[in-house]
Structures are given as structure tokens and as C-alpha cells.
Design a protein around this ligand. Structure first.
Ligand code: C2E
Ligand code: MG
Ligand code: MG
Ligand code: MG
Length: 287
């Protein structure tokens, strides 16, 4: 890196810094076009009740399908969208698509599982967020009780008092509130108690390590589950990939499980097929 090698070398690196700026600008322009041309599609990942095996919720996960580049995953554009503010528009269109999808599933006779939508830190700080959501609900005839909002622990902790107010308004509108990526955001327990929330989603980084029952990860997961239940919250584990992990989580009374073990994020059509399969073949998912 230029910094490590002394000031005299700094000049040498300038062109590549500019190059990076140009790339960013190109990406930003592409993102704006993507919004205009409606290049975003939503994949849905099932979340299952650990005990009953019922589908409780599906998480809406955005993908950008670029005409030439193909499918682009959130890790490659969400942070740019956040920095440029474009996330506000993208977030609204994700919400609208998800609500419309819920309506289609209702019309097809699928059960009333919730849909969860991720809110970015920037979106969560928009004071007109409740208005925007109300507008989308009206347009799509969405039942608020079928929508769950996921806010990351670190976003919720940024301005705790404002977060509490915003969460209160959103919850009073009838939605379910989840804290996403829990365990990575240093939340203070006294604040956690004050947040009007319903669900804690344990970050997948802790789930990987639970194979070893004596590991720190296993201890942390046990502690989070007890903590959540003490606060009368439901707990979901994210990133569950193996039966061994699922058994452990069931033993520890983790309420819900989400991960590749039960289903990857999928298109609405694939989710419908998955749902039919789960409900006709007792061997799938039943143990
Ligand atoms: P997240 O909200 O924590 O979502 C879970 C991510 O973990 C998803 O990645 C999902 O595909 C992945 N995942 C689920 N189960 C497993 C598993 O068993 N193993 C592994 N290795 N991964 C698993 P994805 O779809 O790439 O999304 C990444 C992140 O991008 C999301 O993390 C969320 O923070 C963000 N994101 C996605 N869609 C949206 C959106 O519409 N708005 C906003 N603001 N952020 C979004
Ligand atoms: Mg999430
Ligand atoms: Mg997460
Ligand atoms: Mg994440």
C-alpha cells in the first residue's frame, strides 16, 4: 500500500485511485439505470419453525439482473446503493415487489406466512419511512401483519433513542420487527430491552462454529437464545447448513431456522414447488 511505503510513492498510486473513482461512477450510473429499467428481482428464502416444521416467513433478498453482466448479488451493490442514497428507492421497490408477491401467494391459496424485508441503515433513518410503507400497503392491499422488517443490530444501535421511536411507530402499524445479524453489533442489553421488537436473528457467523459443542460459538448461541426468551422474543438462526446444526438449535429451543439446509433463496415459482414438495413428501424436512 502507498501509505506503508512512504510519501514519495504516493504519486505512483494516484492513477489507480482515479480508476477506482471512475469505476464507482460507472457503477452508480448503472444502478440508476437498473432502477429505471426495473432490473431488480426478488428471491425468497424460507424460515421454518424448528418444532412444527411450518413455514413461518420468507425473507425477500434482492438480486440485480443486468442485461449483460447477469445476476449481481447484494454484496456487490448494496453498499454503493447505501453510500449514494439509491438504496432508498431500491428499498421501496423491493418492498412493493414483496407485498405484491404476498398477494399473489394469497390468491394461489398458500398459507399466510410472513414476508420479511431488509431495511438498510439509511432507509431506517428516513423520517418518512412509515408514510412510504403506508403508501405501499395501500397500493398493494397488503395486510401489515404479514410483513416483517429486518433491521441490523448495528443500524438499530446508531441512534438508540431515535431507533426506539421509529420501531415503536412501525410496530404500532402492525408489522413484526426483527433484529438482523444479531451478535455482530455490540448492543447493550439495557437498550435491547427497550427496543419494541419481536424477533432476534442470530448471525450466521456463530452458527458455523456450533458443530463443536464446546466452542465459544456454541456458548454464544446458547446465551443469545436464553437472553431472547428472557426478553420474550423469538429467536431465528441464520445460515443453517447441516442437520447437526439444526439438531443443536432444536435442543437449545431456538424457535426458527433459516439456511441452505431447508432452502436457498429462490424465485417465487421455485418457492411454490418447494412448498408443495415439503407438504407432500413427509421425508423432506421431517425428522
Ligand atoms: P441478510 O439479511 O443477513 O440475509 C442472509 C444472507 O445469507 C443472504 O445472502 C442469504 O442468501 C445468505 N444465506 C442464507 N442461508 C445461508 C446458508 O445456509 N449459508 C450461507 N453461506 N449463506 C446463507 P444474500 O441474499 O447475498 O444477501 C446478503 C445481504 O444483503 C443480506 O444479509 C442483507 O443484509 C443484504 N440484502 C439483501 N437484500 C436486501 C434488500 O432488499 N435491501 C437491503 N437493504 N439489504 C439487502
Ligand atoms: Mg436479513
Ligand atoms: Mg442476517
Ligand atoms: Mg448480513
Amino acid at each position: 500500500r502507498a501509505k506503508d511505503e512512504g510519501r514519495n510513492n504516493y504519486q505512483f498510486y494516484t492513477p489507480s485511485v482515479n480508476q477506482e473513482g471512475i469505476e464507482r461512477l460507472k457503477m452508480e450510473t448503472m444502478l440508476r439505470h437498473a432502477i429505471e429499467r426495473d432490473e431488480f428481482v426478488i428471491y425468497y428464502q424460507p424460515r421454518i419453525n424448528t418444532k412444527t416444521r411450518e413455514l413461518v416467513c420468507v425473507e425477500a433478498l434482492v438480486r440485480w439482473v443486468h442485461p449483460e453482466l447477469g445476476m449481481i448479488h447484494p454484496k456487490d451493490f448494496i453498499s454503493l446503493a447505501e453510500d449514494t442514497g439509491l438504496i432508498v428507492e431500491i428499498g421501496e421497490l423491493v418492498l412493493r415487489k414483496a407485498c405484491m408477491q404476498r398477494k399473489k401467494w394469497t390468491d394461489l391459496g398458500l398459507p399466510l406466512f410472513r414476508i420479511s424485508v431488509n431495511l438498510s441503515p439509511r432507509q431506517f433513518r428516513q423520517l418518512d419511512l412509515p408514510e412510504v410503507i403506508t403508501k405501499v400497503f395501500k397500493e398493494t392491499k397488503m395486510d401489515p401483519s404479514l410483513l416483517e422488517l429486518e433491521i441490523t443490530e448495528s443500524a438499530a444501535m446508531q441512534d438508540v433513542n431515535l431507533s426506539i421511536l421509529m420501531l415503536r411507530v412501525l410496530k404500532d402499524m402492525g408489522m413484526t420487527i426483527a433484529i438482523d445479524d444479531f451478535g455482530t453489533g455490540y448492543s447493550s442489553l439495557s437498550y435491547l430491552k427497550k427496543f419494541p421488537i419481536d424477533v432476534i436473528k442470530i448471525d450466521q457467523s456463530f452458527i458455523r462454529g456450533i458443530q463443536n459443542r464446546d466452542s465459544d460459538d456454541a456458548a454464544i448461541v446458547r446465551a443469545i437464545i436464553v437472553l431472547a426468551h428472557t426478553l420474550k422474543l423469538d429467536v431465528t438462526a441464520e445460515g443453517v447448513e447441516t442437520w447437526d446444526q439444526a439438531y443443536f438449535l432444536e435442543e437449545q429451543n431456538c424457535d426458527e431456522i433459516q439456511g441452505f439446509l431447508f432452502g436457498k433463496p429462490m424465485t417465487p415459482k421455485t418457492l411454490q414447488d418447494w412448498f408443495k414438495l415439503e407438504h407432500t413428501d413427509a421425508a423432506v424436512g421431517g425428522y
